[in-house]
Design a protein around this ligand. Structure first.
Ligand SMILES: [Zn+2]
Length: 323
């Protein structure tokens, strides 16, 4: 009964939009850029506000079945740039745009360019380590605080941090999928095949994208040899959802079930611009779940949140005592 009453009270937070907790969370203007970013990829944000920390602390303590959804913002402090952040995201800094699923599937030439860049970027991309935010979420799982973790990231940093109750909504760059027979293989094994086939090939990387892509010239790409599936000879693709593709229905249904079972949602480091993640926040809003959002800059769901925090994930999350 005790569990039920807590569950009831945290669910009520979602309805109490003008409650004492939520009345502090109107989007007050704050001085942008007053906090010096330690990394090129982290947008400027204000220093931590102790009152806001207390509000998140209360939110976390009230929840008994917390679902956390993370996005690129949780990994920027591990040195992986995001696409959308103002001034520091790849969209703002470069003319790079993510690869489209339909282009990858239809064109061997586009796959060659993709894999050449991905091969060069892999050693750096795969070496990134989880930061304090990933590690905190993993510790919340071990303590029974975190009910389920959904990530939009493909960088495997939650897995590296030890999270197991995890759905990788858009897949993971550390796995490779055959487009014909569907067999999955580790990405590192493909790297070994690339190296064997391209022993004399050399190229210089000029920055790594969130999906492990790098910048190369057409000349560099042309001579790159791409292996095919060792089992059937089919074309290989990272086991990730490219733009223009859709998330597998079973996975979507699975996450919807976890949202229904949860009693509160915490969004960490996502602007929720991509619909595949946003729709779960819409569903949580319809379920009247309380929603807290920790993200530097506005998100597509700020109007649904009873608590909005514009701070660095790896700075704020470790300050929270989960129990
Ligand atoms: Zn195959």
């Amino acid at each position: 009964m005790r569990k039920l009453s807590f569950s009831h009270s945290i669910r009520n937070l979602g309805r109490m939009r003008m409650s004492p907790l939520c009345s502090f969370t109107r989007r007050l203007p704050h001085p942008r850029g007053s906090h010096t970013a330690v990394s090129t990829f982290i947008p400027p944000c204000p220093p931590l506000d102790p009152e806001k920390v207390k509000e998140l602390q209360r939110f976390i303590l009230l929840s008994k079945r917390l679902l956390v959804m993370t996005g690129a913002g949780v990994s920027t402090e591990s040195g992986i740039p995001d696409y959308r952040s103002e001034k520091v995201g790849l969209y703002a800094r470069t003319d790079r745009r993510p690869i489209q699923h339909v282009d990858f599937v239809r064109s061997a030439k586009i796959r060659q360019r993709y894999w050449a860049r991905n091969f060069v970027g892999w050693p750096q991309f795969s070496s990134h380590q989880p930061n304090a935010a990933h590690l905190t979420l993993s510790s919340w799982e071990r303590l029974g605080k975190l009910y389920w973790l959904v990530t939009q990231n493909v960088d495997a940093l939650h897995t590296k941090a030890g999270s197991r109750r995890l759905t990788e909504l858009h897949g993971c760059m550390h796995r490779v999928l055959c487009l014909h027979c569907g067999v999955q293989t580790p990405r590192q094994a493909l790297q070994d095949r690339f190296e064997a086939l391209n022993a004399t090939w050399e190229a210089k990387a000029h920055g790594v994208a969130p999906d492990g892509d790098v910048f190369l010239t057409e000349d560099q790409v042309r001579s790159f040899q791409v292996p095919s599936c060792a089992k059937c000879g089919g074309p290989l693709k990272p086991d990730v959802v490219f733009f223009g593709d859709t998330v597998n229905h079973d996975k979507v249904d699975f996450v919807h079930m976890r949202v229904k079972e949860a009693d509160a949602i915490l969004v960490v480091g996502s602007s929720l611009q991509v619909y595949s993640g946003y729709k779960f926040i819409l569903a949580a809003h319809e379920e009247k779940l309380p929603i807290a959002i920790l993200n530097i800059g506005p998100t597509r769901s700020d109007q649904f949140a009873c608590l909005k925090l514009d701070f660095r994930c790896a700075e704020l999350l470790p300050l929270i005592t989960p129990q």
